[in-house]
Design a protein around this ligand. Structure first.
Ligand SMILES: *Cc1c(COP(=O)(O)O)cnc(C)c1O
Length: 446
């Protein structure tokens, strides 16, 4: 029996889209997005992003009080950018290629509270849920000082409500930590890929952890189903949530300010390349939306996925989005990049940013290990394997014929000396030392 994927048989897909064969073989891919630059319906607006930024500002006094580690940034959850001159040299030597321009790492691995990109969207949606409840019941108004939300009275109030989320780990950590601190009953539904230490840490924070012997999509489905039965439960839906998306998108204007403050110029003659590790596509999608709002055509965004789980690429390529699984093409979704180990993309991220991203890349686990170790050895930055995915960007862009075609098509080939490459280091801050050592040792054996 011929297996149907959408309207076509697998063999027909392979014939019409030759890159699929390369993906099936888990080989390195740089896929240029044919829809880049086209018009698409907008799911989230610039106003939604501005609204999210304003809400985060209202919450700053609460965050300073409830999470003293945010005091230095006055309650803003933001990460530093770092120059990577030694890593850049390493890459040039290692790959025997020229990689001109400025290399920068956006260190979401150091975001306060939960040490990953999920602190942007995940924490934002928890805060918005709390604000909505408090305002709706007449307990809070928008011009009050939100520090009051840390009072025992509010904790008792939020204890009547529940939050739930499906997660491979980092989203669960963000939501579990902030949800529990506000007083919510918080349940995290976790797939088999979630590490034991993440489950342990969550339970210690007071969140309930439900474990599933299945993949991430299944854990989300189950969590969604259980949450629906409880009218007092808000399910934070990584595959569908516009609030998560808006929270992630606030990163655009913040990066713009940071680059400006560091004297880094971005414009038509100084192109900006941003490489984002991608799981379901929500976090990188939201960030892309925010980047395009501020940088427009001067920014070129690439998503990077594990070779064993290129769900976002397959969702865009087939136009099937969440209706396609990497398993349909014989892939197993097994990767050391646990934050990216998802078989199906978000139902709406691909539709929302399908015309904003320049392309998708895949990366092998062995390269993730090599990058993780090199970044530690050359720059002394620690990141988790998922967060290493973006660092493969220049090798694909500058070292493949697809990459060269992209640069030529967009008149960029002669501007690469002034180019800025930003690697979004999406996580690692919460990884216990023991697990860091184990990753490093494993990397040393490759
Ligand atoms: C979740 C996550 C991503 C990707 O986010 P998606 O919304 O799943 O695409 C990337 N890196 C890390 C470390 C993550 O935890």
């Amino acid at each position: 029996m011929d297996q149907r994927i959408g309207t076509r048989a697998r063999a027909q897909w392979e014939k019409s889209e030759p890159v699929i064969r390369t993906l099936e073989a888990c080989e390195d891919v740089l896929w240029l997005n044919p829809a880049y630059g086209q018009q698409t319906a907008s799911f989230v607006s610039a106003d939604d992003v501005a609204d999210a930024e304003a809400r985060l500002r209202r919450f700053a006094p609460y965050l300073v009080k409830a999470f003293p580690e945010t005091r230095g940034s006055e309650g803003m959850i933001e990460s530093p950018i770092y120059a990577l001159p030694s890593f850049q040299k390493w890459l040039e030597q290692q790959e025997k290629m020229k990689a001109p321009g400025t290399f920068l790492m956006k260190a979401d691995s150091e975001l306060p509270i939960s040490g990953s990109i999920k602190a942007r969207g995940g924490i934002y949606e928890v805060l918005k849920t709390a604000e909505d409840l408090a305002i709706r019941t007449g307990r809070l108004s928008k011009n009050e000082n939100y520090a009051c939300l840390a009072d025992p009275g509010f904790r008792a109030f939020f204890a009547n409500y529940a939050l739930a989320v499906g997660s491979t780990g980092n989203l669960g950590l963000s939501i579990g930590i902030v949800g529990a601190r506000l007083g919510f009953q918080t349940t995290v539904h976790m797939s088999r890929d979630a590490s034991a230490w993440k489950k342990r840490m969550l339970r210690k924070q007071g969140a309930q952890v439900k474990e599933y012997e299945s993949d991430y999509s299944k854990a989300v489905q189950e969590g969604r189903k259980q949450a629906r039965q409880d009218p007092h439960c808000h399910f934070i839906d990584d595959e569908r949530s516009k609030d998560l998306f808006a929270g992630y998108a606030t990163a655009g204007a913040r990066l713009q300010r940071q680059l400006r403050e560091s004297g880094v110029v971005v414009n038509g003659d100084h192109p900006l390349f941003v490489y984002l590790p991608c799981g379901v596509g929500g976090a990188p999608g939201g960030v892309t939306f925010g980047l395009k709002l501020v940088f427009g055509d001067a920014v070129h965004v690439f998503f990077v996925e594990p070779a064993h789980a290129p769900c976002f690429l397959l969702g865009l390529l087939t136009g099937l989005h969440d209706k396609v699984s990497v398993c349909d093409f014989g892939l197993d979704n097994r990767t050391v990049a646990d934050g990216l180990a998802v078989p199906r993309p978000s139902a709406f991220a691909g539709k929302a940013v399908g015309s904003l991203i320049s392309g998708c890349m895949t990366v092998k686990d062995s390269d993730l290990f090599r990058i993780l170790k090199a970044l530690k050895d050359t720059e002394n930055h620690w990141i988790e394997p998922s967060a290493a995915a973006g660092f493969i960007g220049p090798k694909r862009l500058l070292g493949t014929k697809e990459g060269k075609r992209y640069l030529e098509r967009h008149n960029l080939a002669d501007k690469m000396d002034q180019a800025v490459h930003v690697f979004w280091a999406t996580g690692g801050g919460m990884v216990p030392q023991k697990n860091r050592n184990a990753y490093y040792d494993q990397a040393s054996r490759i």
